[in-house]
Write a protein that binds this ligand. Structure first.
Ligand SMILES: [Zn+2]
Length: 114
């Protein structure tokens, strides 16, 4: 088993996990083994997996949302999309460099979810 640390860009947690480096990607099982550092938003839960799942969920939600935005509006660059989480840990995306494109972005997203 190979151990690795994960420092997500969505919060200040540091999590340790292990995986079988020899297994093919599709069969690779990641087992969270330790909360090295719990950030203020993710106090230690009952199990390491509980913390890992929460942090992973937020991180994947962020990655997915940014990818979805860029897929819908190819004029956007993912690195220009700023993300944060509010007090309820709801994902907030901002497009500071694209104020003039906001109507375009909104109309594309609306047509997509309509
Ligand atoms: Zn955290």
């Amino acid at each position: 088993m190979t151990k690795n640390q994960w420092k997500p860009d969505t919060c200040g947690c540091v999590l340790e996990f292990e995986f079988d480096a020899d297994a093919p990607d599709s069969e690779r099982v990641v087992t969270p083994t330790q909360v090295v550092k719990a950030c203020a938003h993710h106090p230690l839960g009952t199990t390491v997996k509980e913390n890992y799942d929460k942090v992973l969920d937020e991180n994947q939600r962020k990655n997915f949302s940014i990818k979805e935005l860029v897929d819908q509006v190819p004029e956007l660059k993912s690195e220009d999309i700023k993300f944060s989480f509010d007090d309820d840990r709801t994902l907030v995306l901002k497009l500071p460099g694209y104020v003039d494109k906001e109507p375009l972005v909104l109309s594309r997203i609306k047509s997509r979810i309509a």
